[in-house]
Design a protein around this ligand. Structure first.
Ligand code: SF4
Length: 372
């Protein structure tokens, strides 16, 4: 595949570190208007989607949007049934058919090492592990740190990454000094692992009371009478049933993850992410019409995303190569079609015009050409 080949050429050229990666996702407008969206009851929409599935076998390659979003059970675009209706944000107008592009970018030079395309209503955090696996295959390297924005900081992501020995450098879910309107936070309660209880600032014990199996959480609660008579009550709770503190079954991993998100390195990585990741998306949008689908159906959108990512990698490779070229080029411009050997990676660059690095053509040792 062209995209994978572009990643491997960047690895060979030394543009990929492999250990630290940046993650983000972006919505893409499908090639379908809002007028193409039908609204009906869930049963009718399911029948329409089934009819599309029979009509086009390729639909089997993607999950129908109704599998993820309750709203889209009653909506379908007759132009592109793979694209569920999604709004960009609270103040961004009405929802319309959209896909979502998920991208992993290497920290060293911004090479795109993994991409995925999903219907627009797929949450970004669930793509973390698939993208990590793709990155490790494409670059043959082990990831040690993942940088992403706050929405990737889910409990599942934190626990999985820390269990894998990967540092999560996402923005913390809450600031370190968060005090919940000035009241005691969970950090003010000490956990006693021997008795599986919390000790509150007044020295009282909170015992496990309510379990939430689907969230893997347990509520530890202080007796209501004790809290009602507590002199610290004003600073602790307004509940008449006593103060409670929630604990996850993987709390030790979560605490480790939260500590890692607050390191100086994590903060620096998040600042770097702003221009590295956003710059990658901006370049795709400004130069390659990334924000709008050219074709319909999910599998075609996947091709568009692969192509754009490959072209961006090749442009980056050519840019890095061209930075070395002035020292190697003779003073006089080369005649068109003449090649210059640029190093042990086997790449050959050919300059058609002296000014634009994007005019470079990279060739591998087998002689096949990829034009940026
Ligand atoms: S209100 Fe209850 S939980 Fe809070 S400090 Fe007082 S006794 Fe402890």
């Amino acid at each position: 595949m062209l995209f994978v080949r572009s990643v491997r050429q960047c690895v060979e050229a030394g543009l990929v570190d492999g250990a630290k990666v940046h993650l983000d996702g972006s919505l893409i407008d499908a090639d379908a208007s809002r007028e193409s969206v039908l609204k009906a009851d869930a049963e009718t929409i399911a029948r329409i989607k089934a009819a599309f599935a029979v009509q086009e076998r390729k639909l089997d390659e993607s999950k129908p949007p109704s599998a993820r979003c309750e709203t889209n059970r009653r909506l379908v675009s007759t132009t592109d049934p793979d694209a569920p209706c999604v709004a960009k944000g609270a103040n961004s107008g009405a929802a319309r058919p959209r896909y979502k592009h998920h991208r992993m970018v290497d920290d060293r030079c911004g090479v795109i090492t993994a991409v995925a395309t999903t219907p627009g209503d797929v949450a970004e955090p669930v793509q973390t592990q698939p993208l990590l696996a793709q990155h490790q295959v494409n670059t043959a390297s082990e990831v040690t740190a993942v940088v992403a924005d706050r929405q990737y900081g889910t409990v599942e992501n934190y626990c999985e990454l820390v269990a894998q020995g990967i540092r999560p450098h996402m923005a913390p879910m809450m600031p370190a000094d968060h005090k919940s309107e000035g009241r005691f936070t969970k950090a003010d309660f000490l956990y006693d692992p021997g008795r599986d209880q919390y000790v509150c600032p007044a020295g009282q014990r909170l015992v496990p009371k309510r379990k939430h199996p689907h969230r893997q959480m347990t509520d530890y609660v202080a007796p209501a009478k004790v809290c009602a008579a507590c002199p610290l009550r004003e600073r602790c709770t307004t509940s008449k049933r006593g103060r409670s503190v929630a604990r996850h079954s993987q709390e030790a991993l979560l605490e480790r993850a939260h500590a890692l998100t607050r390191t100086a390195e994590a903060r620096a990585d998040r600042r770097r992410r702003q221009h590295l990741m956003e710059g990658s998306f901006a370049q795709a949008a400004n130069r390659h019409h990334f924000k709008r689908a050219r074709w319909r159906r999910l599998w075609r959108q996947q091709i568009q995303d692969w192509l754009i990512a490959a072209v961006q990698n090749i442009a980056r490779l050519c840019g890095a190569v061209s930075a070395d070229i002035p020292a190697r080029l003779p003073r006089k411009p080369l005649a068109a079609g003449r090649a210059v050997d640029i190093g042990p990676s086997g790449l050959v660059a050919q300059r058609r015009h002296r000014t634009l690095s994007t005019e470079l053509v990279c060739r591998n040792t087998a002689g096949s050409a990829i034009a940026a």
